[in-house]
Every structure is written in structure tokens, then in C-alpha cells.
Design a protein around this ligand. Structure first.
Ligand code: NAP
Length: 295
């Protein structure tokens, strides 16, 4: 039997992502010897106890992190730096601090000034999720074949990067190491803009006249239904993502608005060639996603 990657892993915020990590670790004993779970909400901790997702379950963050070799922050993006600052004095020397946040630049800028020299910070963003949240929403196979983007600073010890890469590979993920600003631009395009459009489209449908709105719901075809699934995501999490990745998001939104205006112009002018080319491009992208096993 191989040695565990970490003797003690502490997960703070056992929601969808945190509890998915914990479920996977329960299904793969030996990867981590001891699981400590912390949250500020007693109801969340009760559910974690019922689901048997941790060996020690507590609302005392200082106690939770003090013996951990790896501390994983699975809280909303806006809470990552404040929670990191609160636990920093209690971390064991040589520990790895990581998070799963969906945006990077503002989190890293807020966290780095408080980072101790003897702690390796290896941010990791698993590109996997659902519209559900909380400890009951987690899935042991959530990360299977999904990308996990690691964005360590240049001075982080290679050993810490290797261990976090091995950890996420054991979760089933594929690893890519990336610069933080590049990460934020890519995620603005592939995740944050689609969510913005989904929330907006549902808002548009909801502001239609009463009779029309009820028909939208009655006859929701797959296109609109797919948007409503994305739009059911957690408001706190998405508020934090939009505000923390505003520059990259607004920049891709500008680009999208120009492209939508071009499509509107083509429709107005009966420009069949542009309409067909735009639709065909969409089909090509869908096909390459399927080939990449990301659909
Ligand atoms: P979630 O299901 O809502 O879980 C978040 C957990 O953090 C909850 O247990 C919440 O508990 C706790 N929490 C919130 N604020 C806290 C604070 N200030 N201090 C301590 N605990 C706090 O969210 P999630 O979907 O797992 O997302 C967690 C992180 O993963 C976020 O940073 C998100 O950007 C990232 N992420 C999400 C997805 C996705 O699709 N969902 C994908 C990749 C990455 P209470 O609020 O009940 O206290």
C-alpha cells in the first residue's frame, strides 16, 4: 500500500465542492489518513456528521487547521481571503494551503500579503459543478475527467505543486498549470459569461407580460430549459464570482455584445451566409467538446 498523500486534510466549507472531495476521499481510503471538516453553520456540520464525511467535525476553525498538512478552502470566492487570514496564525509550519475558488486575481491579491513564508499556497480550480449547493449536493465522481486548473505563484515549492497535482488526479481530474490572469480570462469566457447570459435570459422571461410568462413556462423548449438549469445556481457564489472577475467578464461581455449585434444585423438584412456560418461554428465547437470528453 502506498503512503497517504496527506496525514490530515482539513476541508473548510463542505458544500457542493467540499463535500464532493470528502465523498471521493471516503470512497478511496488511504489517500488521506484523517479528514477534518469545518464550517461556521451548525446545520451544515450536522449534515456532514449524518453523511459521515469527516473524522473530526467542528465550527472551531483554529482547532480544525492546527494539525492539518493540507487545508482546502471550499467557501465562496469572497470568503476565501478573510477565512485564510483568520486561520493563518494557526497553521502548522510546512502545511499546504489551497482553495477551489472560481476566480483568481482578486483572491490572490487579497490573500498573499497575509501568507506566511512557511506555508505553500497552491490555488486549484476544479472545472466541475452543478447548480446545487450544500453538503447533500456533493458527488464522489464530480471531478471525473474534468479539468482542474492550478495557479501557483512562481516561488511555490515544486513538491507542494506535485502533491496538489497528485491529489486532484486522484479525484479523477486532469491537471493544467496556468497563470492567474489567463485563468480568469478563460473562465470568464467558458463559465462566467454563460452564467450571466442564463441569469439575464431568465430575468427577461420573468419580466414578460403575465400571460406570456406563463406560456414560456408551459412550453419551455430545451433551449430555454437548459438556461434555467444554469440559472438555478447559488446567488452568493455567483455574486462573488461576477464581482471578483469583473474586468475579464466585462471584456468578454463586450465582445459577445458585438457578436450578438452582428447576428441581429444579419437577421435584419436577411444575410443567410452570416447566419449559417455562425450556427455552423457552434456545431463545430460542440463536436470538439464531445471529442474532448467535456460535454
Ligand atoms: P456551496 O455548496 O454553497 O458551499 C459553500 C460552503 O462554504 C458552505 O458550507 C457555506 O456554509 C460555507 N461558507 C460560506 N461562507 C463562509 C464563511 N465566510 N466562512 C466559512 N464557511 C463559509 O458552494 P460550492 O458550490 O461548493 O462552492 C465553493 C467554492 O467552489 C466557491 O469558491 C466556488 O467559486 C467554487 N467552485 C464552485 C463550482 C460550482 O459549480 N458550484 C465549481 C468550481 C468551483 P454556510 O454558508 O451555510 O455557512
Amino acid at each position: 500500500m502506498t503512503a497517504p498523500l496527506f496525514n490530515t486534510l482539513c476541508v473548510i466549507g463542505p458544500g457542493l465542492i467540499g463535500s464532493s472531495v470528502l465523498r471521493r476521499l471516503r470512497a478511496q481510503p488511504g489517500l488521506v489518513s484523517r479528514l477534518v471538516v469545518a464550517d461556521r453553520d451548525p446545520a451544515v456540520l450536522d449534515r456532514v456528521r449524518c453523511l459521515d464525511l469527516g473524522d473530526e467535525i467542528t465550527d472551531d476553525l483554529a482547532k480544525a487547521v492546527s494539525g492539518a498538512d493540507c487545508i482546502m478552502l471550499c467557501v465562496p470566492v469572497g470568503a476565501i481571503a478573510p477565512v485564510a487570514r483568520a486561520i493563518m496564525p494557526h497553521l502548522k509550519s510546512g502545511a499546504i494551503l489551497t482553495d477551489v475558488g472560481s476566480t483568481r486575481r482578486s483572491v490572490v491579491d487579497a490573500l498573499l500579503p497575509a501568507l506566511r513564508d512557511d506555508i505553500a499556497y497552491v490555488p486549484a480550480h476544479p472545472m466541475a459543478g452543478t447548480e446545487h449547493s450544500g453538503p447533500d449536493a456533493g458527488l464522489a465522481n464530480l471531478f471525473e475527467d474534468r479539468w482542474c486548473l492550478l495557479t501557483p505563484d512562481a516561488n511555490v515549492p515544486q513538491d507542494a505543486i506535485d502533491r496538489m497535482s497528485a491529489f486532484w488526479r486522484a479525484m479523477g481530474a486532469r491537471i493544467r498549470i496556468m497563470d492567474i490572469d489567463h485563468h480568469d480570462t478563460i473562465c470568464a469566457m467558458v463559465s462566467h459569461l454563460p452564467h450571466l447570459i442564463a441569469f439575464t435570459i431568465c430575468g427577461t422571461a420573468d419580466t414578460l407580460a403575465e400571460d406570456m410568462r406563463s406560456e414560456v413556462l408551459d412550453f419551455a423548449a430545451s433551449g430555454f430549459r437548459d438556461f434555467t438549469r444554469i440559472a438555478a445556481s447559488d446567488p452568493t457564489m455567483w455574486r462573488d464570482i461576477f464581482l471578483n472577475n469583473s474586468d475579464a467578464l466585462l471584456s468578454v461581455l463586450d465582445r459577445f455584445s458585438q457578436d450578438a449585434a452582428s447576428m441581429a444585423k444579419a437577421i435584419r438584412e436577411g444575410d443567410e451566409k452570416t447566419i449559417v456560418e455562425t450556427i455552423s461554428r457552434g456545431r463545430r465547437i460542440r463536436r470538439s467538446l464531445l471529442e474532448n470528453r467535456q460535454a
